[in-house]
Design a protein around this ligand. Structure first.
Ligand SMILES: *Cc1c(COP(=O)(O)O)cnc(C)c1O
Length: 422
């Protein structure tokens, strides 16, 4: 996380001290580095410059419209998985012709909205979905551009919750059934087959599963073309991992080098859907220590951010590095960093050696740019944190901290409850 470094004992994001942001906006907050986000998308563009390509950022990783706009300015598009993400991508000014739409449960309403917007391609995951899309397109009198999400049954060797390309997965169409599904697609009057898609999982730390999967897809493209299907967009998915702890994932360039021969041979427009690898290490969650507490068997650092703000440690036993915002040389102590939520599963780190912390001091939870704010909730009636975009020596609030009124938005007490006894 090269854009988060200590300068004179203070943790900075680019040229801004995180403690200055905390003073102005309070805690907890997410801070994203403009420079880090830009560097990451440029690394992908450079790595794939030899083929026509589109970097469609996976919106579910970080859906803030300022982040989407930043990638849009770098000629990026978006990989969306809901009508809400479509709405966000359009609100950020992303060209609809740079949008691809995945997900196993797209409703007809969502399909209709995407058809009206004129998106590049639907990544279809079942035959019922294909038929529903054909009907939605017929109603509007348009052709729906379609890729089938093919499940190559390759083990990505990552956490089971983020493996998506195995036979038992709810995602995609089994590779053995793909040809017959494509034949169905070709028969439907308002479907136009334009591409193929696969996405095998997330936080991949090796190149080999990509290569294996894409080799299988490459063979499939040949078979489909032999049946006169015009496969012109090849969406190779996302999934490249990042360093949270000591992982050593491939760089976009290393991934590209391993697969470019296959991609070039296809003559396709290549679509990539990176999420985590674009945003994960471009953000941190800053939180304040409320209390320290000595339990019978453990020591706790109780902070003002919890599992509702960052659920990855609780949900996937994920590791996030934690750093004090002010460097100090106090002795280290093994602690659990826990939030204020009334759940034992509410922790940001367990059994972690940290320099001894005191009430009121600040900590940065690293690698919190992806699957962090987007997975947050209001559990325990906690307003969600602010989001900040740092650019060089200044910063902008790109999402205001939620207020108490935000918590009640849309709720009402019906009249019957105002007339007790009736
Ligand atoms: C989640 C997802 C991605 C992004 O995955 P990362 O691991 O964040 O790169 C891409 N494509 C699809 C279809 C997804 O569901």
């Amino acid at each position: 996380m090269q854009d988060f470094q200590y300068q004179n004992g203070q943790l900075f994001c680019e040229g801004v001290a995180l403690s200055d942001i905390a003073q102005q906006v309070g805690t907890p907050f997410f801070a994203y580095s403009h420079r880090a986000l830009t560097r990451q998308i440029r690394a992908y563009k450079e790595a794939f410059s030899e083929v026509p390509h589109l970097i469609a950022f996976a919106v579910k990783a970080n859906a803030n419209i300022a982040v989407l706009k930043l990638f849009g300015n770098e000629s990026g598009g978006a990989d969306i998985v809901s009508g809400g993400e479509l709405y966000r991508a359009l609100a950020a000014g992303i060209d609809p012709q740079k949008l691809v739409f995945a997900g196993v449960g797209k409703t007809k309403e969502e399909m209709t909205a995407a058809l009206q917007a004129g998106i590049l391609m639907f990544n279809i995951e079942s035959s019922q979905e294909l038929i529903a899309l054909d009907e939605a397109a017929k109603t509007l009198g348009v052709q729906a551009p379609v890729a089938l999400r093919v499940n190559p049954n390759v083990n990505p060797e990552t956490h089971p919750y983020i493996s998506t390309g195995l036979k038992k997965s709810k995602f995609g169409i089994d590779i053995e059934k793909a040809v017959s599904e494509y034949q169905l697609a070709a028969r439907l009057s308002h479907i136009e087959v334009v591409g193929i898609h696969s996405h095998i999982g997330s936080q991949l730390t090796q190149v080999k599963p990509f290569v294996d999967a894409l080799q299988l897809i490459s063979d499939m493209i040949d078979r489909l073309r032999a049946q006169n299907l015009d496969i012109r967009h090849w969406d190779i998915g996302g999934g490249l991992g990042i360093t949270y702890d000591s992982e050593n994932p491939p760089l976009p360039k290393e991934m590209a080098d391993a697969i470019l021969p296959l991609l070039k041979k296809s003559g396709c427009n290549i679509i990539l859907e990176p999420g985590r690898s674009l945003a994960g290490n471009a953000g941190v969650l800053v939180t304040r220590v409320i209390y320290t507490k000595e339990g019978e068997a453990k020591s706790f650092v109780v902070v003002d951010a919890g599992m509702n703000d960052l659920i990855r440690p609780s949900l996937y036993q994920a590791y996030h590095a934690i750093r004090p915002i002010v460097e100090h040389s106090r002795p280290e102590k093994v602690v659990d960093v826990v939030g204020p939520i009334c759940e034992s599963g509410d922790f940001l780190a367990q059994e972690r050696a940290l320099p001894e912390m005191k009430s009121g001091e600040l900590l940065a939870v690293m690698s919190a740019g992806a699957y962090a704010f987007t997975m947050s909730s209001n559990y325990n009636a906690r307003p969600r944190p602010a989001e900040i975009l740092v650019h060089d020596t200044s910063f902008d609030i790109i999402r205001a901290r939620e207020t108490m009124d935000d918590l009640l938005r849309g709720e009402r007490i019906p009249e019957i409850l105002n007339t007790p006894g009736h």
